[in-house]
Design a protein around this ligand. Structure first.
Ligand SMILES: Nc1nc2c(ncn2[C@@H]2O[C@H](COP(=O)(O)OP(=O)(O)O)[C@@H](O)[C@H]2O)c(=O)[nH]1
Ligand SMILES: [Mg+2]
Length: 414
């Protein structure tokens, strides 16, 4: 985390791609005068023009592709050098050692965007929305973040309403009681609205859970692997082998969901399996959606399936035939999952609230409730003052001039 104590203005690097084996991987370096710093050790760097790319060899590291952005025309506003190398963590380690020897430090999370903000390349709001874009878990969420209006603008509106109201109360005699009541109502309803938006945003961001449910041996683990597309669960002929549960994350047609392979529901004297069964009941109630391979259960959150459909199918139109072994029916099942998950989250927020602000907004709502509970305007004014201080804290304002505000709202000549 970037803190005032560890602020560092020298050159830093960060891996821009995830670790592990891949075709290519990329490191970015940001800093001032990078050509002076690295020009001797990276052949050809000095001659690179703005936005150009070069295929080069860094001795004892790798054959790499360099991309050069000169300050101030870069993401951070400083010089940026991107180094694309073969996606191997050993090469990454070599590159880290190579850079650190030349005084380039590892960046803190968010440090590139932080530098972009302090160098005036983007607003803090924009930086946050980039962070949200990276973390979006569905196409829906992604579209929302890109199109929704700004939460800071809404907070600023609320701050203005609160200041106006405080001024109205403090200068009481000049204003009629009705106007002040309207102002209070306006402030409280804006806060309620923002709070509702924050809850909707966090609900949108939550990854829904899908549980595979049914008796041992019905084919859950096999289907689980088929859905995830790779082997993760233990698949076995002995009933009740999957004693614990196992989870995987799946992205299908722009929707992320978590899929859980449960221990099964067969009764057994074995205590370990009993534990598994108790756990399955818990998983069942907390799941957003249940894929049931056992006896048909009618419920909006259940998709009834007939497993092992390669051995024979169910004629029941309310039952989906699926085979984990051959994969037949799996895409139909996935489509059904997505349809049901989309149904259960139909409300979309108008304002995208980053999860960082959720706590702050619920504090604001608590303050609003204490304003609402009061009957005396004098006491209300105290709570409104607290709300203003809190909002100003969020924006990093200095204290505001109450008198200046009162008089600026008076007519000229009064
Ligand atoms: N023919 C057929 N056999 C399957 C299918 N799915 C699982 N099996 C077999 O049924 C047995 C139990 O499967 P498993 O996935 O472990 O079931 P679980 O106990 O519900 O997790 C294994 O021998 C699997 O090979 C399927 O779709 N078709
Ligand atoms: Mg299993």
């Amino acid at each position: 985390m970037i803190t005032p104590e560890n602020l560092y203005s020298g050159p830093v690097y960060a891996r821009a791609t995830p670790p592990g084996v891949s075709a290519l991987s990329m490191i970015r370096i940001t800093g001032n005068s990078l050509k002076d710093l690295l020009g001797d050790s990276i052949p050809g760097l000095r001659d690179m023009a703005q936005g150009s790319a070069r295929y080069r060899h860094i001795p004892d590291v790798d054959d790499v592709v360099l991309v050069w952005f000169a300050a101030p025309k870069s993401y951070t506003g400083e010089d940026i050098l991107e180094i694309t190398f073969h996606g191997n963590d050993i090469i990454y380690d070599l590159l880290c050692t190579f850079l650190e020897k030349q005084g380039v430090k590892k960046a803190h999370p968010g440090e590139f965007s932080y530098r972009a903000v302090i160098n005036g390349k983007m607003s803090i709001e924009k930086a946050e929305s980039i962070n949200d874009i990276i973390r979006a878990t569905s196409l829906d969420e992604l579209k929302l973040i890109r199109s929704s209006s700004s939460v800071s603008r809404k907070l600023e509106e609320i701050l203005t309403l609160a200041r106006t109201l405080l001024v109205d109360i403090e200068s009481g005699i000049e204003f009629d009681e009705d106007g002040t009541t309207d102002g209070l109502f306006g402030l409280l309803s804006e806060i309620d609205f923002l709070y509702a938006q924050a809850l909707l945003s966090s609900e949108k961001h939550r990854v829904p859970g899908v549980l595979l449910y049914g008796p041992p041996n019905c084919g859950k683990s096999t289907l689980f692997n088929q859905i995830l597309g790779y082997e993760r669960a233990i698949v076995s002929d002995i009933p009740g082998t999957t004693r614990d549960y196992i989870e995987g994350e799946c992205v299908y047609r722009g929707v992320t969901f978590r899929i859980t392979d449960s221990a099964g529901i067969r009764m057994s004297s074995e205590s370990l399996e009993d534990k598994g069964i108790a756990l399955t009941k818990k998983l069942f109630s907390s799941a957003d959606l249940v894929i049931n391979g056992g006896e048909k259960i009618t419920s909006p959150k259940i998709i009834n399936v007939h497993m092992k459909s390669d051995l024979g199918i169910s004629e029941d139109s309310e039952i989906t035939n699926v085979s984990g072994l051959t994969g037949e029916g799996v895409s139909d099942l996935l489509n059904e999952i997505i349809l049901k998950l989309n149904d259960s989250v139909h409300n979309s927020p108008e304002i995208w609230v980053t999860s960082r602000l959720l706590d702050d907004i619920s504090d604001i709502r608590n303050l609003a409730e204490s304003i609402e509970r009061e009957n005396l305007w004098e006491v209300r004014a105290l709570h409104i003052g607290k709300l203003i201080v809190f909002l100003e804290g969020l924006f990093g304002y200095e204290g505001f001039d109450l008198y200046g505000n009162i008089f600026s709202r008076f007519c000229v000549g009064k």
